[in-house]
Ligand binder design. Structure first.
Ligand SMILES: Cc1cc2nc3c(=O)[nH]c(=O)nc-3n(C[C@H](O)[C@H](O)[C@H](O)COP(=O)(O)O)c2cc1C
Length: 175
């Protein structure tokens, strides 16, 4: 029986969910049993042989549901080496990517027992229409700085699929 891979994601505006779905689809095309699921809806990690965690950064932090998920499934995650992808930068600027990496590393440092196989930073999406509360309030403030930022989506789908394939090859040498 082939390994069952879980891509567990947290999201607010939906862009991380789409990345998780793309990773799952790429792995399925490579012949692996993979599925993407929202962390908030996952009750158990039973039956999964590998886990990829995904979450976005908001003001330097990973969402509450990410932390809840990691704490709730500490025992199982502690016995695995999960991969982690983090969405953040919405400009293709190396400094933003470096900062996002530092922010993500700092967020997971509190879990000394969590041994991440690899942390990967992907570009994210900035779009006022996808903002959720309380950030969505900025839409109604005519003078808000955020309202003046043009929408951007720098998710690199080729890089996302490439990363998923790299992991797939590790799990299934023939992939
Ligand atoms: C209010 C707000 C704060 C953000 N803060 C950060 C941040 O501190 N670091 C970063 O790299 N990206 C930051 N981002 C960018 C998000 O991580 C990016 O938009 C991501 O694609 C959102 O994912 P989601 O659609 O799954 O919620 C921020 C975005 C918003 C709207």
């Amino acid at each position: 029986m082939s390994a069952s891979i879980l891509i567990a994601y947290a999201t607010r505006g939906g862009s991380t969910a789409e990345v998780a779905q793309s990773i799952a689809a790429t792995m399925q095309e490579a012949g692996l049993a993979a599925s993407a699921m929202a962390m908030a809806e996952l009750k158990s990690l039973e039956g999964y042989s590998a886990v990829i965690l995904g979450a976005p950064l908001y003001c330097g932090k990973l969402p509450r549901e990410f932390h809840r998920f990691v704490e709730e499934h500490a025992e199982r995650l502690g016995s695995m080496r999960p991969w982690l992808f983090v969405l953040g930068p919405t400009r293709p600027d190396a400094k933003d990517f470096e900062l996002a990496r530092k922010q993500a590393e700092q967020q997971i440092r509190r879990y000394g027992w969590l041994k991440i196989a690899e942390l990967h930073i992907f570009g994210g999406r900035w779009d006022m229409q996808h903002l959720t509360f309380p950030f969505s309030l900025a839409r109604h403030l005519p003078a808000s700085v955020q309202a003046k930022i043009p929408p951007a989506d720098i998710r690199d789908w080729a890089a996302i699929r490439g990363w998923a394939l790299e992991i797939a090859r590790m799990m299934k040498p023939a992939a």
